[in-house]
Write a protein that binds this ligand. Structure first.
Ligand SMILES: Cc1cc2nc3c(=O)[nH]c(=O)nc-3n(C[C@H](O)[C@H](O)[C@H](O)COP(=O)(O)O)c2cc1C
Length: 331
């Protein structure tokens, strides 16, 4: 396959794994990249620049193929802005293929010198956006590509609540950059649909959790396969209002508790123990699916099995061809 995204990254298939705190590790990144798609190494997994640099080296031991580094540019106690700047610098020093920025734009959150730094190092920079306005800003300040994440997405959808079906073509029409579609993507039908809507590829995250290469407890895989499309809920709109964001995750006991605290006007001190990333880290390992925020998207409703990453990517490519040919035959 050949699109502006396969050309930009130097990959075979226009499929990227999204940033996933604790789960987008060197092992998963390499498994995805080795298929010819684009693996993701999420910098937020690491507590120092050295640990992160070692993770890049580890990924390179496991694959010779390109991979992307996610930097989530949001205020965090564990990941202060200075550390995020270090993650950016290390990525440039190590000349990773690309950076996926999610949250505030690099030029305002880290500083105006960072995009030129990436250009100098030959590192491509993508911004994940949930509005046309943010896509236009990214184009203006020199990003190389855009990831459009619709309201369906797991993690932090934009508070405008616009779904991928409308937001994606709006962004494609507004900017002159390669575009990846995210939010609700799971299979070859998703890829065919977003290519038809003008995207250059798709990014997915929830679907990659449901693979044997993603190191989570079997209970997590079982819950992903069972979950229906109406089993996610949205929270933390108040807490994340400065960013216009909210959180989407599986509607489990902890999400219902978060909703109660929010309705009672609870503040960060009350919410923090429920939403802390540490909780999720434990649950991915011990499988107590009701005990942490599991940031799955509406795409859970279309996860039916737990293949290996290589089976999944091969299947997506086959299915996309069949879906596109099938659509043409209807003319
Ligand atoms: C388990 C999990 C953890 C995530 N962690 C992050 C993260 O650390 N940073 C980020 O930018 N997005 C994160 N996301 C959001 C994804 O990168 C992506 O935008 C979204 O999940 C796409 O929608 P989908 O899950 O329907 O494919 C996470 C998603 C999941 C499923």
């Amino acid at each position: 396959m050949k699109t502006r995204i396969t050309e930009l990254f130097g990959i075979d298939y226009p499929i990227q794994c999204g940033g996933m705190l604790w789960l987008a590790t060197p092992e998963l990144a390499a498994a995805v990249s080795n298929t010819g798609a684009m693996g993701n190494l999420t910098s937020g997994n690491y507590n120092s620049a050295d640990e992160f640099a070692a993770a890049i080296d580890r990924t390179r031991e496991l694959t010779e193929k390109p991979f992307i580094v996610n930097i989530t540019t949001m205020p965090s106690i564990r990941l202060p802005v200075e550390l995020l700047k270090d993650f950016f610098r290390v990525s440039c020093e190590k000349k990773v293929t690309a950076l996926e920025i999610a949250g505030a734009p690099v030029d305002t959150f880290l500083g105006p010198e960072f995009i030129p730094m990436a250009k100098e190092a030959g590192v491509k920079v993508l911004h994940k956006v949930g509005t046309v306005k943010h896509a236009l800003h990214a184009e203006k300040v020199g990003y190389d590509a855009i990831t459009v994440a619709g309201f369906e997405e797991g993690g932090f959808p934009h508070g405008d609540n616009v779904g991928t079906m409308v937001l994606l073509p709006r962004v494609v029409e507004a900017v002159n950059l390669p575009v990846l579609a995210a939010g609700g993507m799971v299979d070859g039908k998703s890829l065919a649909a977003v290519l038809a809507l003008g995207a250059d590829g798709m990014m997915m995250a929830t679907r990659f959790v449901a693979t044997t290469d993603c190191a989570v407890h079997p209970n997590i895989h079982e819950r992903l396969v069972q979950a229906q499309e109406n089993e996610t809920s949205l929270h933390l709109r108040g807490l994340l209002s400065a960013f216009g964001l909210q959180v989407r995750g599986l509607n489990n006991a902890i999400m219902r508790k978060i909703a109660e605290v929010e309705q009672a006007g609870g503040d960060l001190a009350e919410l923090f123990p429920l939403i802390s990333g540490q909780r999720a880290l434990e649950v991915w390992k011990d499988g107590r699916v009701d005990e942490a925020m599991l940031t799955f998207g509406q795409s859970v409703g279309r996860v039916y099995d737990v293949p290996s990453v290589s089976e999944l990517v091969a299947r997506i490519v086959r299915e996309a061809q069949t879906a596109l040919t099938g659509a043409l035959e209807k003319f």
